[in-house]
Ligand binder design. Structure first.
Ligand code: ADP
Ligand code: MG
Length: 400
């Protein structure tokens, strides 16, 4: 595996770094800078090695053309603050501004290119279109470092195609992520407990499939749990329900029994009569999981379940957690997520938080990130890795 040292002496070399700087914005205010922080060490490492660092990244889902709502300009400012040095900002990705900005860089200086997804070539399904855009990116640099773990599962120009066109290496962030994820899949220390939540079962089927064969216990909360409760024959009122996944959930429950994997579902849930919105004070109520009123919807696991989940995690030596236990964005429905997060901080072994919202939840609830073994920056990428899929952005580096 080629790490940055494989690129040789970087003094004076232009190094293109694909980072994941896809942070949540409220207007132009960054509401959670976790991904920028996570990207700093590799950028700093390259800068200290004397490289002229050209960072490329995306923000949100613009439609392949410039859209000021998705400009990386606020990110350039924050990156500069965190790095403690100016970050030059190019107002395009491969155009005149980018070319001039890169040409003006001195050794050790850093530039950020405007949102790479302002170019339709970035995400094109057509290999030639993507390749031609990657060729333009490659002209801005002498070497490429892949450090955007959140995008390595995407076959996109700045992730995949550019690595075919320049000497390429894996950044430290991606290397750490892959190392930790391997520890979750190859011979994990036991007991190995997996906690799944978040909104949809359908997003996580592949992971459940794969981890049912590896974990000792599977704890399920979040919006997806209601499809499991319904599969067990309970009514779930107006809770999130994926009717078309009921059979699969039933099958998972049976398979778990056959394999001796313990599936733990909540015994109580916090409900309300409406999904939280700005217009109305939440009216949380705790009910038994098998007695959800017809006019209510489950928005968090209850306190008894929070305690039971924490107890189930107490002796774990390996934990993977993906997906909040409830609508943690609203305080009234954040306690289940808090209980699980707290339990993870007390694990004597490897505790891994995966998933964009789960990582944001941990920070929003005020936990010290250092209290966890690892907080993955890439939701989709970590899930695909755990599903056993090949990640194009990693495979392309391994062929080098
Ligand atoms: P991650 O990004 O960590 O993989 P997901 O994207 O799967 O997590 O899910 C996160 C979302 O799930 C959060 O926005 C949260 O509000 C929502 N959620 C959690 N529990 C429920 C629930 N009971 N009903 C509806 N949405 C829920
Ligand atoms: Mg999410």
């Amino acid at each position: 595996m080629s790490d940055i040292s494989s690129l040789g002496d970087l003094t004076g070399k232009r190094v293109l770094v694909r980072s994941d700087l896809n942070v949540p914005l409220d207007g132009s205010t960054i509401t959670d800078d976790g991904r920028i922080r996570a990207s700093v060490p590799t950028i700093r490492q390259l800068s200290e090695a004397g490289a002229r660092v050209v960072v490329t990244a995306h923000l949100g889902r613009p439609k392949g053309e410039p859209d000021p709502a998705y400009s990386l300009a606020p990110v350039a400012a924050r990156l500069g603050e965190l790095l403690g040095q100016d970050v030059a900002f190019a107002t395009d990705t491969v155009g005149e501004s980018a070319t001039e900005t890169v040409a003006a860089l001195q050794d050790g200086q850093v530039a950020l290119l405007e949102n790479v997804r302002f170019n339709s070539g970035e995400t094109s399904k057509d290999d030639d279109v993507r390749g031609s855009f990657a060729g333009q990116l490659a002209q801005l640099a002498d070497a490429f470092v892949s450090d955007g773990f959140g995008v390595v599962h995407r076959k996109q120009a700045s992730v995949y195609d550019v690595a075919l066109r320049l000497p390429a290496a894996m950044g430290g962030l991606v290397a750490t992520e892959i190392d930790v994820l391997r520890r979750l899949t190859v011979d994990p220390e036991r007991p190995y407990v997996v906690v799944l939540g978040g909104s949809k079962v359908s997003d996580k089927l592949g992971v459940i499939d794969n981890l049912l064969g590896k974990a000792d216990k599977l704890l399920i909360g979040g919006g997806m749990v209601f499809t499991f409760l319904k599969a067990q024959g309970h009514e779930v009122g107006k809770s999130l329900l994926e009717e078309d996944q009921l059979d699969i959930c039933r099958r998972y429950l049976e398979e778990a029994t056959e394999r001796g994997v313990e599936i733990v579902l909540p015994t109580d849930v916090v409900v309300d009569t409406a999904f939280p919105s700005g217009d109305r004070e939440p009216q949380p109520q705790v009910v038994a999981a098998d007695a959800i009123p017809a006019d209510a919807l489950g928005l968090d696991i209850g306190p008894e379940s929070g305690a039971a989940f924490a107890a189930a995690l107490a002796d774990a030596r390996t934990v993977f957690w993906n997906g909040p236990m409830g609508v943690f964005e609203v305080d009234a429905f954040a306690e289940g997520t808090r209980a699980v997060a707290q339990a993870l901080t007390e694990v004597d072994g490897l505790s891994v938080v995966g998933g964009g919202d789960s990582a944001a939840a941990v920070r929003k609830l005020g936990f010290d990130e250092a209290a966890f073994g690892h907080i993955s920056t890439g939701g989709g990428a970590s899930l695909e890795f755990l599903e056993g899929k090949e990640l194009p952005g990693i495979a392309v580096l391994e062929r080098n």
